[in-house]
Design a protein around this ligand. Structure first.
Ligand SMILES: [Zn+2]
Ligand SMILES: [Zn+2]
Length: 180
């Protein structure tokens, strides 16, 4: 799941983008408010983050109101629309700064089939619908992950990419890395 980094006095915080859309760039008074209130619909936002799903992959776009002054990576969105890429910086005219990130954390969740059979990246057995499973954040391959079938955490890294299988690994990238 993609997330959005915001900064407060304590530093940068990642917020999972779990909804269909979010308001961005609310009036300056909202800067000191918790992020949740920034994301209230109709709060004077000048741009929106909107999600589209393509064959199980999510794509996020920023749609800016005319004259919003919002910049993505230092540039005004062409025709008010910009498909977001990993680590894009979003900046409002009053200096509010966000970073978009496509990096996901490994989480165990009941496997939801979209009609296709999916086979575990470790044991090669079909993953049962509803069974605890992990989707590798690095390559998207699914693994069983239960007490009886701990296929994801069986080895230190994913069998197909170098992603760590630690369940508490945290994000590999934060805005601090990009602002050094
Ligand atoms: Zn397995
Ligand atoms: Zn992987």
């Amino acid at each position: 799941m993609a997330h959005l980094w915001t900064k407060d006095d304590a530093g940068w915080i990642a917020h999972a983008l779990s909804r269909e859309s979010y308001d961005i760039g609310a009036h300056a008074a909202a800067r000191t408010a918790p992020l949740a209130s920034l994301f209230i619909e109709g709060s004077g936002a000048s741009a929106k983050l909107v999600r589209a799903d393509f064959a199980g992959s999510e794509v996020w776009a920023l749609i800016a109101a005319p004259g919003s002054g919002i910049r993505v990576g230092g540039e005004a969105p062409l025709a008010g629309l910009r498909v977001l890429r990993d680590r894009d910086e979003i900046r409002t005219p009053d200096g509010e700064q966000y970073f978009f990130s496509t990096e996901a954390l490994a989480t165990v969740a009941p496997f939801a089939s979209n009609g296709r059979e999916v086979f575990c990246g470790r044991c090669r057995q079909r993953i049962a619908v509803g069974a605890p499973a992990v989707r590798c954040p690095g390559c998207g391959v699914w693994y069983d992950q239960s007490t009886g079938l701990p296929c994801w955490t069986y080895a230190d890294t994913c069998a197909f990419c170098a992603h760590s299988t630690a369940m508490n690994a945290g994000f590999a990238w934060s805005p601090e890395d990009g602002l050094a």
